[in-house]
Design a protein around this ligand. Sequence first.
Ligand code: PCD
Length: 805
Amino acid sequence: MKDEIESREDRVANLKGMGCSRKRVEDARFTQGKGNYVDDIKLDGMLFGDFVRSPYAHARVVSIDTEEALKVPGVLAVLTAADLEPLGLHWMPTLAGDKQMVLADGKVLYQGQEVAFVVAEDRYAAADGIEAVEVEYEELPVIVDPFESLKSDVVLREDLDPNAPGAHGPRKHPNHIFTWEAGDKDATEQVISEAEVVAEEMVYYHRTHPCPLETCGCVASMDKVNGKLTLWGTFQAPHAIRTVVSLISGIEEHNIRVISPDIGGGFGNKVGAYPGYVCSVVASIVTGKPVKWIEDRMDNLMTTAFARDYWMKGKISATKEGRITGLWCHTTADHGGFDACADPTKFPAGFMNICTGSYDIPTAYLAVDGVYTNKAPGGVAYRCSFRVTEAAYFIERMIEVLAIELNMDAAELRRINFIKADQFPYQSALGWEYDSGDYHTAWDKALAAVGYDDLRAEQARRVEEFKAGKTRRLLGIGLTHFTEIVGAGPVKNCDILGLGMFDSCEIRIHPTGSAIARLGTISQGQGHATTFAQILASEIGLPADSITVEEGDTDTAPYGLGTYGSRSTPVAGAATAMAGRKIRAKAQMIAAYLLEVHDDDVEFDVDRFVVKGAPERFKTMKEIAFAAYNQAIPGIEPGLEAVSYYDPPNMTYPFGAYICVMEIDVDTGEHEIRQFYALDDCGTRINPMIIEGQVHGGLTEALAIAMGQEIAYDDMGNVKTGTLMDFFLPTAWETPNYTTDHTVTPSPHHPIGAKGVGESPNVGGVPCFSNAVHDAFRAFGLRQSHMPHDQWRIWKTANDLGLHS
Ligand code: PCD
């Protein structure tokens, strides 16, 4: 028999379970053009809807004339706020406890805002219809600066009672949204006032955009005969969307089926709800036909879900020897026209209070003020767990500035302040309990890998050569040690619109020993179909190749909160392992029955249960699966299925040590990345190849953000970067080589010890690239310059420092 000659090693390899660089099973369809994206969905009689959008950033809508548009061949309807109002759908709730106009209700608050929805037989007729809608606007003064907004007499949100509190407490000004605080203000200010050394800086993290290759869109199809609404869409949280659609529309939840088919990248852009979804559903109910809405690139960049736009004023104090004593931060957060941030309800500034980073900082204080301006709403976690990348950028810049103040090496300053391995679980001054970490080991490994001391010596020589006029290129060594916080829940702390942030997995084993697993999450390219099968293979002893993983259909998948904030592995991954263990527990009873021994006398071994002490007596999981459907076993139900809803006890805290070696041409502002070393610790690793791919992708997005990507506005609120000609999306040409590395510090509370990894490279990458730019100019007196470090800004920095004269 095959089983008898197979070694244990062969049996392990055959499973392609945990730790195996299994090839991505989804790629066969993606690489052959067989993916099924929202825009691939074509239904009989399907209509197309698109928006008339505001050219102004702030204006009153005096009138909307749809008469000519309705005459355009192929145009069937034009919806305005007046049409939605009787249904109570002209405004919708945001995830942040604010409300947002679905269609302009008397005024517009940002350029590109949705004013009317034209429904037509196809995309072209809709475009012609949009041209024919006549809107009369009366321009209002525009505010694009959050600091000015808080001083201005111009009230942006006239719909809100200026004296009433917002969703997160009292408001200080009609354009103020909330103040959110963490830590001890008085103690921190005291420590800082008495400190030997204090560094102070304003760190700005500019406005950017996730810009997935596939834009946002949906197809709504209301079947009036059976009363069932089906909604296909680019949703990162399909179940939550179903609940929200039910609550807003009044359609009972069992009559709504939400399907996220293949998604061409999410990056946080597809977490929230957009006016396009509401209008498509209404249009389908009104016309009785399926209605598709797909953003074009400009719509996507200008109107859906920006990221960042945080002004972080910081103070950090230390002893003369460099031991950090306190950290203080006040952030002014520009939220645009509506507060549509995608954060767990109790965290209006996300997990910004992870901003003490990897350091043992005894006293800290953080306050965040949210502000309305005439910019697009959003505030999403673009490859970061709810404002963690802002927090990491802030602390990693503050460390560099403190190093300058102390005249100390920034690597050494980090080392003496790291939380030590024996301090975990570590309670941070701003309220988190870090689960596990070993920062010193990771840091030493990283410094050794790049030859840190030699690099510093080379840099010093370069500065001398520059001063002697022998070169025009500077050398920057960018350092970052970041700590992430991923895997929201737990339910007691984290909810979205009242929905607790657990996640789920349901497994059915078929009689022949293959299986299907369904999860509450949804892959947008991360490779869940590959990796979740690997977790199960190791847990239940059936080959990953025999396990189908399915996500994204609310009619079949168990309820879950979706994929963002790197929560799939920490939460749904844990649910998968737990469901697998339930299967195994039942399999153990079946095996014991078949082997005619007591339950406790069999033990699991790779792909089978063996009789303890008699390894030749066993039943494979395949045999057990068949028996579950074939034998009447006393006291045991037929079948082999399990479901787990997992509420994580804590979040997971992945970390990493990144080093970037960058050459900068002082005269052109060009940069060249000579080396990028990224060490990630995400606990137990499921699929090393996928992890490497995640790190490459995340670093490339970090490169984009740090070195050029920006949503910029002029004083009139015009978006200056609304196309890919202006908005930097790196190609293979701009992307450097990356060296990846790892350490493994398992999460003590996760069933398989895994932490998330998808966001880490963005969280750590941005400060690392930015620190490299700053470091190149450190010898010439640079403390802080704002991202993105495009050529012009680098040239300007050199110029301001007098390096061109
Ligand atoms: N892993 C492994 N191991 C470990 C971890 C992890 O293997 N330890 C893997 C998994 O399984 C998967 C991945 O890796 O597959 C990832 O994971 P995670 O970290 O858990 O995450 P998820 O949840 O899954 O996802 C999410 C993320 C995010 S969040 C983002 S942005 C991004 C990332 O993911 N996105 C994306 N990545 C990516 N990729 C792709 N391709 N696409 C996309 O879109 Mo947010 O919040 O949403 O912003």
